[in-house]
Design a protein around this ligand. Structure first.
Ligand code: SF4
Length: 404
């Protein structure tokens, strides 16, 4: 997002401490996941010196340690990196570290670090053994379910809260009950879904399946309603993050950090910087080259910002956002979607609909509005519902397109 003066607002810094991953999931698109290079602490220092000195940080900022497997870097790396960042952090900036991990390397010492720094934890687990092991395998082809569950148990025994992140494949869509029963049985109460996507050289089987939107909507509806009824699942990201986008005060814009310069700053282990999506790091394209905007070890953030504004990629992303605005009734709750998915599904960021946005942006809104209208019908005209939005707000659930 940009502020009213047209300056960027950095809400998230995605850091790849290493591209290496200790496992080898069948749907992984990361091109460099065998490289064992680890980010130098001097790069961490330089990166956050630039970020904090820019004055472009949001008051609440997330640092996401991500992809390949971030816990391949040693505990001592994070102890030092977190301390370096904390020492430089302006007191006006609330900063939250988050880690997305396959959990296979977690032990008590890791848990101490997570507790000491209040790290937000996301664990990649695709459901019960049969579903998980189908795609999440070691390099020798064995399933990783037992190792991931051992990590989850360690987090639970040591009082570290976490959310589960499950990649949904074709098989998952037919099994919402099995998935829900698994989470409840394992004491997992925060759940996020990703869909198996076509990215880089990986082509999603899911995206090729028939009646995808209807199947996913049916899955999400069933999962959400049963999860709420159980009282044991407290957070379903696809719904709970979409609710405030749908029911929000009139005139409050929805900012999409995947289309705004520097809103999401992505940095690889060598200091290379991209914007818009961490998936672009390591990718190449005939039109956009390597997607890199600079290297934080030698370029200032101001230079990187200028490079971003002048890049053909940003120009084309804006064309795609305008095309979405002119054609899509979901624009007010999406603001142009995910350019990386447009690129890898449609071959261009200037277009509009993708399978990804159909599932991730449109289907949850459909499920929410369906539930809202069902609730609305159940109210009698004599019984005022104190939680009901004003007719104007209700009408604005999917309001007309706005200026981005
Ligand atoms: S839902 Fe898809 S088509 Fe609609 S605004 Fe978002 S990205 Fe564009």
């Amino acid at each position: 997002m940009s502020d009213s003066l047209g300056q960027p607002a950095i809400g998230m810094v995605v850091v790849q401490p290493t591209a290496f991953c200790n496992i080898n999931c069948s749907y992984c698109y990361l091109p460099d996941r065998t490289s064992k290079h680890v980010m130098a602490l001097s790069t961490v220092k330089r990166l956050f010196e630039e970020v904090f000195a820019s004055g472009w940080t949001c008051p609440g900022m997330t640092v996401l340690w991500h992809a390949g497997e971030p816990l391949v870097a040693p505990i001592s790396f994070y102890e030092q990196a977190f301390a370096i960042i904390e020492e430089m952090r302006p007191r006006s900036v609330m900063l939250k570290h988050s880690v997305q991990t396959n959990a296979t390397l977690i032990n008590k010492d890791w848990c101490k670090l997570f507790l000491a720094w209040d790290v937000g934890m996301g664990v990649s687990i695709d459901g019960p053994r049969e579903l998980h092991d189908r795609h999440r395998k070691t390099r020798s082809g064995k399933g990783t379910f037992d190792a991931t569950m051992a990590g989850i148990r360690c987090l639970q025994e040591n009082g570290v809260s976490f959310h589960a992140l499950s990649v949904l494949t074709r098989e998952h869509l037919d099994n919402p009950d099995e998935l829900l029963d698994f989470y409840i049985g394992e004491g997992i109460d925060h759940v996020c879904f990703n869909v198996e996507e076509s990215e880089g050289t990986y082509t999603s089987e899911l995206f090729r399946s028939d009646e995808l939107r209807e199947r996913y909507t049916t899955f999400l509806r069933r999962f959400w309603h049963r999860a709420r009824a159980s009282g044991k699942i407290r957070f379903v990201r696809e719904i709970d993050r979409a609710l405030p986008r749908v029911f929000r005060p009139d005139g409050t814009p929805y900012f999409n950090n995947e289309v705004e310069p520097l809103a999401m700053l992505n940095v690889d282990s060598h200091g290379n910087v991209s914007c818009f999506s961490p998936e672009l790091l390591g990718m190449k394209d005939a039109r956009y080259g390597d997607f890199l905007l600079g290297n934080i070890t030698r370029d200032s953030l101001a230079d990187i910002y200028r490079n971003c504004l002048a890049s053909p990629l940003y120009r084309d992303i804006q064309v795609g956002v305008r095309a979405c605005q002119e054609s899509c009734e979901y624009f007010s709750v999406c603001s142009g979607g995910s350019p990386v998915n447009k690129l890898f599904e449609n071959g261009s960021v200037t277009g509009t609909t993708t399978s990804f946005c159909t599932l991730i942006r449109k289907a949850p809104i459909d499920v929410i509005l369906e539930a809202y209208h069902h609730l609305e019908r159940s109210w009698t005209s004599e019984t005022a519902n104190p939680l009901a939005p004003s007719p104007a707000a209700a009408g604005a659930a999917v309001p007309p397109p706005r200026t981005p």
